[in-house]
Design a protein around this ligand. Structure first.
Ligand code: C5P
Length: 266
């Protein structure tokens, strides 16, 4: 199993209010070390949750997935870095110029904050299947050269990871299914963060009816390129992101412990 694995499991605080977020943090006290604040929570309570997490000593992944013109992203990353978070991300499809601008903003924020901040690029969302990728980019008409038609999501993820690496980013956010190929191509120092994590028992198809209804109501499961936590680490993920399987479980601590037990089988 990976050393210090509990510090590599990022819990997504996907809530629309700070009270629910704090409630989860309280329930997982002593067992969780990194929290992810995404669009939903940040738009609802802004910096307040970041201040709370920092004071309590947690690491923070501010998952706002910036995608804009280089100058805007430069300023956004710099402002995000000045909040004192530990991980920030942008979309790799914003291109090299945008990612280099993001890196410049990050370096300036790092200097002021006096600490290392990691910058990652989102490759292909884990909610995309290869069919979704083809639909968005119109590959059905074969307009792009060199795409592996068998696994379009992976080949685009590898391509975008290459742009992120060229731009000097620390790594990429990708599916756990693609982490190993990315490591093979760009080396172990180029990091991967992998959402799309499901224990086999979380798989909606295998649940009984009542659980299925709760799953659909609570989790609206949209993730398509998924693996188990242990498989993600076998594929050399540096961090995994877990949201609904813990945050929206009836017993979040018990669910997190199940995830830890699965990781211990690596
Ligand atoms: O609930 P679930 O475990 O699917 O949550 C995954 C989290 O990771 C969500 O907060 C989502 O926004 C985030 N994420 C993702 N795919 C990416 C980047 C981030 O699912 N490519």
């Amino acid at each position: 199993m990976p050393a210090d694995y509990k510090k590599k499991v990022i819990i997504a605080l996907d809530f629309n209010n700070i009270k629910d977020a704090k409630n989860l943090i309280h329930k997982l006290e002593g067992e969780a070390y990194i929290y992810k604040v995404g669009l939903e929570l940040f738009l609802n309570c802004g910096n307040e949750i970041l201040i709370f997490l920092k004071r309590a000593g947690y690491k923070i992944f501010l998952d706002l997935k910036f995608y804009d013109i280089p100058n805007t992203v430069y300023n956004a990353v710099k402002s995000a870095g000045l909040f004192g978070v530990d991980i920030i991300n942008v979309h790799a499809s914003g291109g090299i110029e945008m990612m280099k601008a993001a890196k410049k903003g990050l370096l300036e924020a790092q200097e002021t904050a006096g600490k290392k901040i990691e910058l990652f690029a989102v490759t292909v969302l884990t909610s995309f299947s290869s069919e979704d990728v083809k639909e968005v980019f119109d590959f059905h008409n074969n307009c792009v050269y060199g795409i592996n038609q068998e696994n379009t999501a992976e080949s685009i993820a590898l391509h975008l990871a290459g742009l992120a690496e060229k731009s000097g980013l620390d790594g990429v956010v990708c599916s756990p299914l693609e982490s190993l190929s990315i490591k093979k191509k760009f080396g172990d120092n180029f990091k991967t963060i992998t959402p799309g994590i499901r224990l086999k028992e979380n798989n909606i198809k295998k649940q009984n009816t009542l659980e299925k209804e709760n799953s659909i109501k609570n989790r609206h499961d949209d993730q398509k390129r998924i693996t188990s936590p242990s498989e993600a680490f076998r594929n050399k993920a540096d961090y995994i992101v877990v949201g609904r399987p813990v945050a929206h479980a009836a017993e979040p601590l018990a669910s997190l412990k199940k995830i830890y037990r699965d990781i211990e089988t690596c």
